[in-house]
Design a binder for this molecule. Sequence first.
Ligand SMILES: [Zn+2]
Length: 161
Amino acid sequence: MENESVVEALDAAERSFERAPANVEDGLDVGDAELVQLRRACRLLAAASRLLDEGYYTVVIESSFVAIERTIQFRLIHDGAMSGSEVVSSHRRLYQRGAEVGLYADSFADELAELWNQNRTKTYYRLGIATEEQAETMRDLAEEMHRHLVDGSRVPHECIC
Ligand SMILES: [Zn+2]
């Protein structure tokens, strides 16, 4: 990259991740890996609702998927089915892991994976532009799953959304 201000901006961003944490986000300064995932999901849901009001449907859909995945990760760690440092890079695999420990049925995991594929394919090939209905129903799905999986845990009081 030739542009000096871009290079400087990259340097500054890199340094910020190397420093000891200061001025951390309220609500996310929790020690447990499971609670970090839970609180991230809570924030993504809150953000999705705000962005829905703004009409940013594509970002709402993406945030909703990530909120669902963070919530599943929270339960997998909470239930001892995943370590806090494990990274599952495949969306489908993560949904399957949730089904394997009984968070929901196999068929539900398959439908989630199908939904994710459909959304990605459409966005990638520009075949579809996100609609208000898609954004709203995805946000609702993310909220319902979050509520269900958090209520079924031993720490529902840790939810901040
Ligand atoms: Zn929450």
